[in-house]
Design a protein around this ligand. Sequence first.
Ligand SMILES: Nc1nc(=O)c2c([nH]1)NC[C@@H]1CN(c3ccc(C(=O)N[C@@H](CCC(=O)O)C(=O)O)cc3)C=[N+]21
Length: 287
Amino acid sequence: MAQIIDGKKMSAKILEQVSVDVDEFKERYGITPGLAVVLVGEDPASQVYVRNKVRRATEVGIRSFEHRLAANVSQEKLDSIVDELNRNPEVHGILVQLPLPANLDEDKIVDAIDPKKDVDGFHSLNVAALATGKPGLVPCTPQGGMTMLQETLGDLTGKHAVVIGRSNIVGKPMAALLLQANCTVTMVHSRTRDIAMLCRQADIVIAAVGSPKLVTAEWIKPGATVIDVGINAISVEGARKLVGDVDFATVEAVAGAITPVPGGVGPMTIANLMQNTLKAARLQQPD
Ligand SMILES: Nc1nc(=O)c2c([nH]1)NC[C@@H]1CN(c3ccc(C(=O)N[C@@H](CCC(=O)O)C(=O)O)cc3)C=[N+]21
């Protein structure tokens, strides 16, 4: 039976520290860190995430600014809101909830955010910084996965990590962080031949594809650490259920350690968002 890596507990610890650090920041600069969340459209899952982010922000003493826009908002309108948030000195972090409706240009909006306020770490300059090992804002979900790995395994040097999925928001930044931590990194994706064979060689498996229960016990080397980034809403006997990309029930029996869904990477993402907001607020102070 695998050790369950408790993202709820781990994120609570991070949030406690952020709360202390926010107090210190307020004391030092006389400023409250601010996070703006922009939500376009009415996707119910997105609304849940945004509500959670706002709640956590309040808990740690970060002021939040919510912008809810109709799904048919124009690119110009969205651009002008981002521009206004860039210039607002009370806003230190800006998050535009993705995905955006198809008529909007996601890359353009993300690159319009001031890189110092880019708490998602999605701006081209932050992507470049991560790829070249320079300081910058790091994407929250991959950072959360790394914290879970380091808390569980300690030093990751020499470990073979297989990342399933090559998205810009999880797979690629995750691979960059693992590489930075001296792992040997293999990336596998929909066009990879024999994913199962490659995964079985991994000390660490990161599942980030958005395919419910894709990873089964036969893919996992006994004792390996499994980080499940998938958040898939499925319907079980008419009820909405959240499952990951990993078939938890079977994999748990072989893995050495595993993250659950819910209660795994999700809460870590939000904790890191708060950490990034404070980091961004510091970056924007003169000294
Ligand atoms: N610009 C942008 N940045 C994001 O970081 C971003 C985004 N867009 N779009 C959507 C995804 C998804 N995401 C989640 C965050 C927390 C949980 C989370 O805390 N989940 C809880 C359960 C929540 C529930 O019950 O639905 C858990 O796993 O335990 C889930 C998903 C951030 N995202």
